[in-house]
Design a protein around this ligand. Sequence first.
Ligand SMILES: NC(=O)c1ccc[n+]([C@@H]2O[C@H](COP(=O)([O-])OP(=O)(O)OC[C@H]3O[C@@H](n4cnc5c(N)ncnc54)[C@H](OP(=O)(O)O)[C@@H]3O)[C@@H](O)[C@H]2O)c1
Length: 331
Amino acid sequence: MWAVILEEYGNSEVLQLKEIPNLEPERGEVRVQVHASALNRADIEQRKGNYPPPTPSEHEIPGLEFAGVVDKLGAEVSNWRIGDRVFGLLSAGGYAEQVLTHERMLMPIPPNLTFEQAAAIPEVFFTAYDALTDKANFQAGDTVLIHAGASGVGIAAIQLARVMGASLILTTSRTNWKLEKCRALGATYTINTAEAEFDRVVLDATASRGVDIILDFVGAEYLEKNLNAAALGGRIVQIATLSGSSTQINLQKVLSKRLRLQGTTLRSRPFEQKMTLTQTFAKQILPLFVDGKIKPLIDRSFQLKDVAEAHRYMEDNSNVGKIVLTIASKE
Ligand SMILES: NC(=O)c1ccc[n+]([C@@H]2O[C@H](COP(=O)([O-])OP(=O)(O)OC[C@H]3O[C@@H](n4cnc5c(N)ncnc54)[C@H](OP(=O)(O)O)[C@@H]3O)[C@@H](O)[C@H]2O)c1
């Protein structure tokens, strides 16, 4: 099979297609012929050598998600049949014609979704769902601030907060045209952080109360303002640190507002937790995709052979929503 193998780390040109032996499923595993995968920021860090996969393997292949068709079953697989349309989350390996995964890590692709749409779901929707529910203990009626609202995770979080009953959804971006897309998906207020201090806008919009939940990807530059923008008992979930990770904060605000600052990483979680998240997501959230109440948002698709161009596009911050890789088998 053909796959993008990282033989060295560096700029996008290190992403090269290579032919390697077909994968063989072991007990409980399923082999999937991949039709689409998608990019995540983590892939860029992995390509640069800053984010190795949790379980090293013979070939280092980036790619945290896939959608395709079951084409071989390991022993004792009981829930899937050859030909089933499936998708799911991976720790690595999605930029390839085949992936192997445990049967409990698979979800059925809803009939109304294409392979490209399904591949755009797992990493960002799992992250947003887990951040809102498990990490931030979301309750209907909560007010939510979602930074980088037009990012893949941001777009998932806006839609989930809307269907779960948030009373107010505020989002930020540094670009006005991206904020328009956030409003179309359900954001109530949008804030251009290049033009306004977001903590002041949040306090104005909430009659000085602040918001119950903040999902933050920016880190150092935003933390102090996040503390200002949080309501009494607010929960701040740190999902990334795009502006840096070291800063000084005023702990008095954390104390007096009884705030919770919670970090999260999905890829390094124990396998059992990822299986549980997959099963919970399939039960609670997948039906909302079937009904069309939530939609994956694809910014642009590239063929697997053009993966270097896709990485450059993400590094330019040009995307609103997901950048998808389509994979046509070479065999
Ligand atoms: N912890 C986890 O488990 C987990 C899981 C998934 C993703 N993540 C992380 O979450 C982040 C978003 O991922 P994604 O795939 O959704 O990314 P994405 O679609 O590429 O969007 C990232 C957006 O962040 C904004 N941004 C970038 N640098 C910034 C900076 N210095 N200051 C303010 N905003 C900045 C940009 O939006 P504007 O141009 O609109 O400002 C950019 O479009 C990434 O850092 C990713 O690694 C973490």
